[in-house]
Design a protein around this ligand. Structure first.
Ligand code: FDA
Length: 386
């Protein structure tokens, strides 16, 4: 093998490390991915009949307050001025999210000032004051009061987890943000936008360097491939961004994930819902939300008589499903600690670094994956490459 580094996984974590090592250290980097495309979960593709860009693994909105990450991202793409806003349909009525003064006044048919609204929610949350809620349902009531919790959180959470919130641990939520202003911008970050030419162009530019070779449809655990775990680890430094439990053959147990199912449809209307994301909070609607992808890029010249919508359904992942969100039960956290010990030993003995959302069993936003990769490049890799 004539590579100085093998990177397993071409998501933001893997590509950031690969790009830095190739450009800054002049290393020859081989990136493999088991999927037929680069980009990990941020990958997008144009729906062929409309040309509308669809994020294939769920909607991806870029936002960060970390200047270093923003500057790094801007080397590969310009960003639009898109600002994310979400609405939710509850009992046949549409409200702005996250819960804000507009939501509260609409819901209670009132014109409360910020102080009046705050006093009302404090009073309603007082129903369970002084108790120590053990389940998510009681915790939700204690945080924002029963009326808002039952309308906006209860059914949505039940669908996300396919479990009655009374049977979910309180620890899943620590806070439910309520804003006492009319600000319904979803993110509070300094920088926000969508890549002007789409995610895939951005990700492909990161990999576009003479020292980087990308091999797709190549699974690290497929022993029939020349580049596989047995052939590579210990021989060449490796950055591994696949699932940590899979790497160790599930020796400490399987870590739980939630997955999503997407139902995509092209409709013969120019505009289906007037906004990119509509949540559905009622538990008798089976999906959690509908994305209408044209609205992420109002600046583009998309067809005016057709649109693409994607309904999203949430459920627990089986082995073989795409892992999306860590479930993080107490048993998962214990298993993760045992995996971390194995990871440390493996890094020390065999020059392999684990990273990214799958390699660390952590939900990471894109900017966090990029930031973590830049830190790994600065702090961890020098020892591994020595
Ligand atoms: P990522 O999963 O992207 O890449 C890992 C790669 O490793 C994959 O390409 C996989 O195929 C490959 N791989 C795994 N096992 C392998 C093996 N055995 N052999 C070879 N390759 C293997 N973030 C954000 O900032 N804004 C947002 O709006 C969203 N939205 C969002 C929606 C949904 C539904 C999810 C699940 C996630 C988001 N994210 C997000 C988070 C975003 O997707 C995340 O930050 C990046 O995917 C993290 O990049 P990684 O490189 O860590 O993993």
């Amino acid at each position: 093998m004539n590579s100085d580094l093998v990177v397993v996984g071409s998501g933001f974590f893997g590509l950031t490390v690969a790009e830095r090592c190739a450009r800054e250290r002049g290393m020859k980097v081989l990136v493999i991915d088991r999927r037929p495309h680069v980009g990990g979960n941020a990958y997008s593709a144009d729906e062929p009949t409309t040309g509308i860009e669809v994020h294939q693994y769920g909607a991806h909105l870029f936002h960060t307050s970390v200047d270093r990450v923003w500057e790094y991202a801007n080397r590969f793409t310009d960003f639009t001025s898109y600002q994310h806003r979400v609405y939710t349909t509850v009992r046949g009525e549409v409200y702005p999210m996250p819960i804000n003064l507009g939501t509260i006044n609409q819901f209670f048919r009132a014109a409360y000032t910020p102080d009046e609204a705050r006093a009302l929610i404090t009073e309603q949350a007082g129903e369970l004051a002084g108790t120590d809620p053990q389940n998510l349902n009681d915790k939700g009531i204690q945080l924002i009061g029963r009326p808002l919790y039952e309308a906006f959180i209860k059914g949505y959470t039940a669908k996300q987890w396919q479990t009655d919130p009374k049977d979910l641990p309180a620890s899943i939520i620590t806070r439910l943000p309520v804003r006492y202003t009319y600000n319904n911008r979803y993110f509070n970050d300094t920088h926000e936008g969508l890549p002007v030419d789409g995610y895939t162009a951005w990700l492909e530019r990161m990999a576009d360097h003479p020292n980087i070779e990308v091999r797709l449809s190549t699974d690290f655990f497929d022993v029939s491939q020349p580049v596989n775990k047995g052939a590579v680890v210990g021989q060449v430094p490796v950055v591994y961004t696949g699932p940590v439990d899979r790497y160790f053959d599930y020796a400490e147990g399987e870590l739980g994930w939630r997955t999503l199912d997407f139902e995509q449809e092209v409709l013969d209307v120019g505009d289906f819902q007037g906004t990119p994301v509509m949540n559905y909070a009622d538990d008798d609607v089976p999906y959690t939300r509908i994305h209408e992808f044209r609205h992420f890029h109002p600046e583009r010249d998309y067809p005016t008589d057709r649109t693409v919508v994607v309904r999203e359904y949430s459920r627990f992942a089986e082995r073989g499903d795409e892992p999306y969100y860590p479930v993080n039960t107490a048993a998962d956290r214990e298993a993760l600690l045992r995996y971390r010990e194995r990871v440390e030993a493996e890094t020390a003995e065999r020059r392999i670094v684990f990273g990214g959302r799958l390699g660390t069993y952590k939900y990471l936003d894109m900017h966090m994956a990029i930031g973590a990769a830049l830190s790994t490049y600065d702090n961890t890799l020098p020892d591994v490459l020595r």
